[in-house]
Design a protein around this ligand. Sequence first.
Ligand SMILES: [Zn+2]
Length: 156
Amino acid sequence: MADSKLLPPAKRTNLGAQLKPFAEQGELRLQQCSSCQQFVYPPREVCGHCLSGDLSWEVCPAEGQVLARVDLHNSFEPFYAAQLPWVLLSVKLDAGPVVYAHSSSHSGLEDSGSEVETLEIEALEIESIANSGDRVELTLQLDEAAAPVFVAQPLK
Ligand SMILES: [Zn+2]
């Protein structure tokens, strides 16, 4: 019962918060440098490749490769602590940047049934979550706190 009121941390940097309208639209947009064309992440004031300040939010190709998978078995955040193990993936996008993403199998980011069903689903899916080297498609979504997050879906 109380779990339904738990929310993930919603703080974002001022630049990171600019991802929210794109998450609402379901668009994967990252900053792109108009000078060297590189996609830039995390959001910043100047391009990390050429130091140009001419960055704009552009649609980014969504596919990439998992660099590492971390299964969290402990969390100081009550939202995550209630749903352990929680899987985080670092994903190297084909477009260049490395982003940290939640796994698409987490019920916390999808509409699902009861807590018991959720646990059963997670027990089944925990092994089918992407691992290092796997190809994934990234989406930008809003989490329960209406904050933008990346979610990785394995490509089979
Ligand atoms: Zn640049």
